[in-house]
Ligand binder design. Structure first.
Ligand code: GLN
Ligand code: ZN
Length: 769
């Protein structure tokens, strides 16, 4: 019999540090201002501070309740390193005697002069990005557990018995891509039997270090994959059957965050694993029959939302726990997912409206919620006061001013199908051409120009109060003047103002719309050292005044060429904010769409002839289960159309999407009914044109010809070849010429040259068309 699982736990904690200490240390190390030893020391300090904090918040420091979930960069990369699953191109990197060599590790994550890094992609339906392991038919695996063991020893030295966390074998292989050169029928999951012995050895090593519980994360069980479900189910049974065999290993917890494991639960339950975690926020509460499967195990009930920032409804969570009480199944309380998706502490937000702050629960507050609920699970009634207090706050939130605004709701309810419908495309096309008179293969950019040090400093000084509102405006106008002048000189057909007023494409709108607030320190890791600070969407959304019109009109006053107005779309605003959880996302989306609709109308009224509504996150919120995708795409598309459909036929609506894996969503993208759609395409060398051709995409499309994710300047000839490829598959009359994405993070030197080449290439192809 294994040691009992702790009564309360979390399955992961933010790694970046309350003041982004890890980010700062990493960036100092990469730029040569900090040595490796100091970086390691800082990382250790963050780990130990985390253990101490979690102990203070009520997790048992000796009972395996604290997960060792730290990572210097990414948890999937860490597991790849443990398994020695390093692509051939990195074979010469030193392995540092079992403990990771820092530079080798960062080379995998960030590449070096001669080698691209591992690819990066979205972690499930979150805004976190992981590094994609590459596994071939014969890639060797070798166990390299040094870092994991060091973490365990170091914690023990400081007085903690922690619970090591590793990505489980099924998820690890499903998240991997087939290495270059693997046969067409190969999938990394074919290598399951080759990695299992390493996982088994790892368990033995950890047992030898006194570890009592190990956590294997298997979020892949909550998603649908290209492989058949039976195949994955069989892999789950085989993997955990093998790992749980015998008694020479620590007890095993398997987590399944981000949804329901569905039929994989039975496969998992049939093995000897000791505890199973379920996400009971996103996923379904198990039926009595499912519960019965867990007989003899611990059910780790993820009832506290790990992905959102709202105070938990403790009464509802307690009721869920009550319903799960079953003979023969031990019950433990946890978060639904790792807390890596939320900021550290609401205590760091003194400037926030106190009423709003009382509704919030960041990572540290969520740990408290977990421990309170665990007390309820052990002694029902013991924490009635805490439960009542939470209900009171929730009640206040429901009734608070701004949360439910009758006029906003009435407007959303009054929408009819025709409000999401524009005139037929041929009519629009003719009207737009008459107004705009654009050449074949028109050139444009995606919106932002490099954010210069001057612009950033002006914003900082305005925030500090050392630059007046007027002074700030003047500084931005100077920048706009420069950006317009540059585009005219380069010969662009459709200009942009460059977005210098935007710190961030969502936060800018959150700062101007009612129903939102922004935090000071609410950073969450996006990838590596990169963090974002999602806004808080807490109330009904409405627009008090125009948000972008003055900037766009000013830019338009400087030129005869059309200047595109630039807005962020409703789905992207939701995806990159913390959104209220008291009504369906679809309803909130319509409110945001209506606020944007007002902006579209004002832009049009002020003489803007082209308006772009960016939806780079459209695919991000796509549900992990296929059965749920159509309903999502339906409301997402409708929100975009509500935002854009009041535009007259002569106003050209653009949209921009940031990815090229298009297949699953191409009908939805077509459904947006934008006149022009720009998409990422340069990195995949225009592969997307095949999807567009197969689909019969009939409106304007700008497949990106300049990869802005790298500082490299593309030659005009190279761009010309890409464009030629595009016009072989899409009629030239539909094709636009633009970069892959905004230029915000680039420098002017490389941008000017690249854009010059882009315009040259467009001219060359035009001349030969
Ligand atoms: N218009 C935005 C920009 O150019 C689009 C950014 C994005 O797609 N992420 O910065
Ligand atoms: Zn983009």
């Amino acid at each position: 019999m294994s040691v009992p699982f702790p009564r309360s736990t979390i399955i992961g904690y933010p790694r970046i540090g309350p003041r982004r200490e890890l980010k700062k240390a990493l960036e100092a190390y990469w730029s040569g201002q900090m040595d490796g030893e100091s970086l390691e020391r800082e990382a250790r300090r963050i780990r130990e501070a985390t253990y101490a904090r979690l102990t203070d918040l009520g997790l048992d420091p000796h009972g395996s309740a604290i997960p060792a979930s730290f990572s210097l960069y990414d948890q999937v990369l860490d597991t790849a390193v443990v398994l020695g699953a390093v692509p051939d191109r990195f074979a010469d990197l030193p392995d540092g005697d079992g403990v990771l060599d820092l530079d080798a590790y960062f080379t995998l994550a960030r590449g070096d002069a001669g080698r691209p890094p591992l690819e990066m992609t979205k972690w499930f339906d979150t805004n976190y990005h992981y590094l994609v392991p590459e596994i071939g038919e014969h890639s060797p695996f070798t166990l390299s557990a040094g870092t994991l063991l060091r973490d365990v020893d170091e914690a023990a030295e400081a007085g903690y018995r922690v619970r090591p966390t590793v990505i489980g074998p099924v998820t690890f292989l499903l998240l991997s891509k087939a290495a270059h050169g693997a046969g067409p029928s190969f999938s990394p999951l074919d290598r399951l039997d080759d990695v299992l012995p390493l996982y088994a050895d790892l368990l033995r090593l950890l047992a030898g270090r006194g570890v009592r519980w190990v956590q294997f994360d298997e979020p892949a069980l909550a998603a649908d994959w290209a492989l058949p479900e039976e195949r994955i189910r069989e892999a789950v049974g085989r993997a955990y059957g093998r790992l749980a065999e015998g008694t020479e290993h620590p007890a095993i917890l398997v987590t399944t965050p981000y949804g329901s494991p569905g039929t994989h639960l039975a496969a998992l339950a049939a093995t000897g694993v000791d505890a199973v975690h379920l996400d009971l926020v996103r996923g379904a509460v198990p039926s009595p029959a499912d519960l019965a499967l867990l007989w003899g195990k611990t059910l780790v009930a993820g009832v506290v939302d790990g992905r959102n920032v709202w105070k938990a409804d403790l009464r509802a969570a307690a009721a869920t726990l009550d319903a799960l009480r079953t003979d023969g199944v031990a019950l433990s309380v946890a978060t639904s997912t790792s807390l890596q998706h939320v900021p550290h502490d609401t205590g760091a937000e003194p400037a926030l409206d106190t009423r709003l702050r009382s509704w919030l629960s960041f990572a540290d507050q969520k740990v408290r919620e977990v421990t309170v609920l665990a007390q309820h699970a052990a002694h029902p009634g013991a924490v009635e006061r805490d439960i009542a207090a939470a209900s009171r706050v929730l009640g206040e939130r429901t009734g608070a001013r701004g949360v439910a605004r009758p006029e906003v709701r009435a407007r959303a309810a009054a929408l009819t199908p025709s409000d999401a419908e524009r005139r037929p495309y041929p009519e629009r096309r003719a009207a737009q051409q008459a107004v705009l008179g654009l050449p074949l293969l028109p050139t444009t950019t995606i919106g932002s120009f490099p954010q210069t040090a001057d612009v950033r400093s002006a914003r900082a000084r305005k925030a500090k109060g050392t630059l007046s509102e007027g002074g700030y405006e003047a500084a931005l106008q100077d920048e706009i003047r420069r950006v317009i002048g540059l585009q005219e000189e380069l010969g662009f057909d459709v200009l942009v103002h460059g977005e210098p007023e935007r710190n961030d494409m969502v936060q800018y709108f959150a700062e101007h719309l009612e129903g939102f607030d922004v935090t000071q320190h609410g950073w969450v890791q996006s990838y590596g050292s990169r963090c974002t600070r999602p806004s808080l969407l807490w109330g009904d959304v409405a627009r008090a005044a125009p948000m972008t019109v003055p900037w766009t009109s000013f830019a338009q006053s400087l030129t005869d060429k059309p200047v595109k107005g630039m807005l962020t779309g409703p789905v992207t605003i939701l995806a990159w904010s913390f959104v209220r959880n008291d009504q369906p996302l679809a309803e909130t989306a319509v409110q945001v769409a209506l606020a944007l609709r007002d902006e579209v109308e004002d832009l049009e009224r002020s003489g803007t002839r082209i308006i772009q509504v960016d939806e780079p996150a459209l695919r991000e919120l796509l549900p992990l289960r296929r059965a749920e995708q159509a309903a999502y795409l339906d409301w997402a598309v409708r929100a975009f159309r509500v935002a854009t459909s009041s535009a007259g036929p002569a106003t050209q609506i653009h949209t921009h999407l940031c990815y090229s894996e298009f297949g699953a969503v191409i009908s939805a993208i077509d459904g947006l009914d934008a006149d022009v759609t720009s998409i990422e395409a340069a990195r995949s060398r225009m592969e997307v044109v095949h999807d567009l051709e197969d689909h019969g995409f009939g409106r304007g499309v700008g497949p990106g010809v300049y990869d802005i994710h790298s500082p490299r300047v593309p030659e005009a000839e190279e761009i010309r070849v890409l464009l030629q490829r595009a016009v072989r598959h899409i009629p030239a009359a539909q094709v636009w010429v633009n970069p892959d994405c905004g230029l915000k993070t680039r420098g002017y030197r490389e941008v000017e040259e690249s854009l010059r080449n882009l315009v040259d290439a467009a001219r060359a192809v035009r001349a030969s068309a």
